[in-house]
Design a protein around this ligand. Structure first.
Ligand SMILES: Cc1cc2nc3c(=O)[nH]c(=O)nc-3n(C[C@H](O)[C@H](O)[C@H](O)COP(=O)(O)OP(=O)(O)OC[C@H]3O[C@@H](n4cnc5c(N)ncnc54)[C@H](O)[C@@H]3O)c2cc1C
Length: 373
């Protein structure tokens, strides 16, 4: 390895968190950062690339950007132009497509009824709801809100396929992430600000780290360099905590995905960006990202997602066993801060977090660092 100048910050992971911290550190404090990543690219799981037919694909699954907070949106807007992110998702059940998240149109189509007003649908569902005293898990949550038919057709098998775990054994927050609507909003996410970076995510995050005070070392794992590079100020670690602490309290479980891409000479292959398959097929969803990247081409690419217990860590498995284990690691994480090592991001905090959420967390962490050093 060629000799590397000692950086102010050593940042492990060139994903959104790593890029934001490096950018802020250079712009505000004039700190020099070295970002390392074991992968051969920046942008973490948001990475996109153009395939041999010229179609931009999201290598690690579709990324639908939305912002809860205007100030986070304003910050990210410094690094990209946007196009609209009108994400439309449907579920295929017994040959028919239904809007997802479940809304009035889904309920009407599924139950073959008309609901003039939201209250009509609410009254109808009330009769189907299976009320529980305590909502202990994902199954209880859906049964108590939507009843058995919707649970069995839309949620049960999809959850089993996605997680490899019965909804009875999964925290209610897993299915609770998806809204249930009593309007006809056809879009996948609730947020008003839904956008797609015009030239892709890789371009966005590359723009963020253009400052010459930021260096990048790809194909490099933390273990390989941790003894060789001691930062002057702090280390920011965005990888999994169990790996960092050498599995002292055991391995944290993650759900992974395998992606299969297929390109066809067709302007559009399916009717919306994402189609879910709860009850049929081995894959959970088929994604044609061109619906939202709005590329003009005679070709289009579909990705098929096959959930897997092996592979890159994508989704933390939120159950008692893993929460207990992670709480132990949390104590070590707190202690590490005393040695100027900070954990942030989706992997490091073992939480499913969206891009806008991790970006906000990275901005907050930088503000803490700014005051402390
Ligand atoms: C399938 C999927 C779909 C998603 N869809 C959406 C979506 O639609 N909308 C949305 O807002 N969010 C989505 N997300 C979440 C989004 O990907 C994350 O919020 C975001 O990538 C988190 O950024 P991060 O920097 O914390 O971590 P990551 O993006 O995971 O980046 C961490 C980086 O650290 C590197 N690394 C880890 N350990 C080490 C080590 N020891 N040494 C060197 N490098 C290391 C990794 O290689 C990785 O590049 C999705 C996530 C997945 C998995």
């Amino acid at each position: 390895m060629k000799k590397i100048e000692r950086p102010d910050l050593l940042i492990v992971g060139a994903g959104p968190v790593g890029c934001v911290i490096a950018e802020r550190a250079a712009a505000v404090k004039k700190w020099k950062s070295l970002i390392i990543d074991k992968r051969n690219h920046v942008a973490g799981n948001c990475y996109d690339e153009v395939n041999n037919k010229g179609i931009r694909v999201h290598k690690y699954g579709p990324h639908y950007m939305r912002f809860k907070k205007k100030k986070v949106f304003n910050y990210v807007s410094n690094f990209t132009k946007w196009i609209k992110g009108d994400y439309v998702v449907k579920s295929k059940i017994k040959g028919k497509l239904y809007p997802i998240p479940i809304n009035l149109t889904t309920l009407e189509k599924f139950f073959k009824k008309k609901f003039k007003k939201p209250i009509d649908a609410k009254k109808f569902l009330k009769k189907l709801q299976i009320k529980k005293k305590i909502i202990k898990n994902s199954e209880d949550y859906i049964l108590s809100k939507l009843g058995k038919d919707i649970y069995e057709n839309f949620y049960k098998n999809y959850t089993i396929k996605q997680w490899g775990i019965h909804p009875k054994n999964l925290d209610k927050s897993i299915v609770g992430r998806l809204p249930i609507r009593f309007n006809r909003d056809p879009y996948y996410v609730n947020q008003k600000i839904k956008v797609m970076p015009k030239n892709g995510y890789t371009n966005l995050f590359s723009n963020m780290i253009k400052d010459p005070k930021i260096s990048l070392l790809l194909n490099t794992s933390y273990n390989k360099i941790k003894k060789k590079i001691k930062p002057k100020i702090a280390t920011i670690y965005t990888g999994p905590p169990d790996v960092f602490f050498n599995f002292r309290y055991g391995k944290l479980d993650w759900r992974s995905l395998k992606f299969q891409f297929q390109t066809k000479k067709k302007e559009k292959i399916q009717e919306c960006v994402q189609i879910n398959f709860p009850n049929e097929k081995k894959y959970t969803r088929k994604v044609e990202i061109k619906h939202v990247t709005k590329q003009k081409s005679k070709f289009s690419t579909i990705s098929y997602e096959f959930p897997n217990s092996k592979g890159d860590p994508y989704y933390p498995i939120n159950n008692l066993k893993n929460r207990t284990k992670f709480n132990k690691y949390k104590q070590l994480i707190k202690k590490a801060e005393k040695n100027n090592i900070f954990f942030e991001g989706r992997l490091a905090t073992y939480r499913y977090l969206n891009m806008d959420e991790v970006i906000e967390k990275a901005l907050n962490l930088f503000n803490r660092l700014k005051l402390r050093y």
